[in-house]
Design a protein around this ligand. Sequence first.
Ligand SMILES: Nc1nc2c(ncn2[C@@H]2O[C@H](COP(=O)(O)OP(=O)(O)OP(=O)(O)O)[C@@H](O)[C@H]2O)c(=O)[nH]1
Ligand SMILES: [Zn+2]
Length: 221
Amino acid sequence: MSTKVGDIVEEFHTDNKMSTVNNHHETSRKELEDASRLPALETAYTDILRHLGEDTDREGLLRTPLRAAKAIQFLTKGYHETIDDILNNAIFDEDHDEMVIVKDIDMFSLCEHHMVPFFGKVHIGYIPNKKVVGLSKLARIVEIFSRRLQVQERLTKQIAVGISEALQPKGVAVVIEAAHMCMVMRGVQKMNSRTVTSAMLGVYLEDPKTREEFLYLSRRT
Ligand SMILES: Nc1nc2c(ncn2[C@@H]2O[C@H](COP(=O)(O)OP(=O)(O)OP(=O)(O)O)[C@@H](O)[C@H]2O)c(=O)[nH]1
Ligand SMILES: [Zn+2]
């Protein structure tokens, strides 16, 4: 039955490619699509529970397939979202050309290999090129790309490239530190392992001093 869930998530992928920008119709379209997929997801989760040997009629599980269906839709909602949707004119002309860092942004994602969580902190730095972005929007960009089935490396790069395309800054740096539940709760079972990934674009790639400044500032508590 996991294939069934996989197929549905794959459909989300396809839809995301087709999804267009920003308006209220888009929001209601997403809600309608989510609602139309709920019954199939609910059936898939009922099957999963049965295959696990559970009694799907016992009281505690009666609404579990529906809850799980809604939960997976939330955890993969990023497929429906684009950066244009969330920027919402929050890019301002500003003659600031020093580094801006937003660090310790909480991130929750699902590993695409096992569909279990990986989570941690994202640190983002950029050097403006006459334009700055509303700070909350950086965290919203993290949401768009983390609320999908992911690998940490791709997530890191997508955030960096997304910011770069939206802002055309002089450089973007993204570091993610995360714990992968597929390495903690199962598999190799290493409780304390952390994975650190980075993506450096523009001046962060070209100039070691700029990169070091970002790494120094993003590490300080
Ligand atoms: N590079 C990368 N690997 C990941 C990420 N999330 C999970 N993985 C790895 O994906 C790999 C999948 O390996 P497989 O051998 O196909 O699967 P498996 O038998 O479940 O592997 P184990 O986890 O070692 O038990 C594992 O090594 C995971 O640790 C990620 O974000 N990035
Ligand atoms: Zn995994």
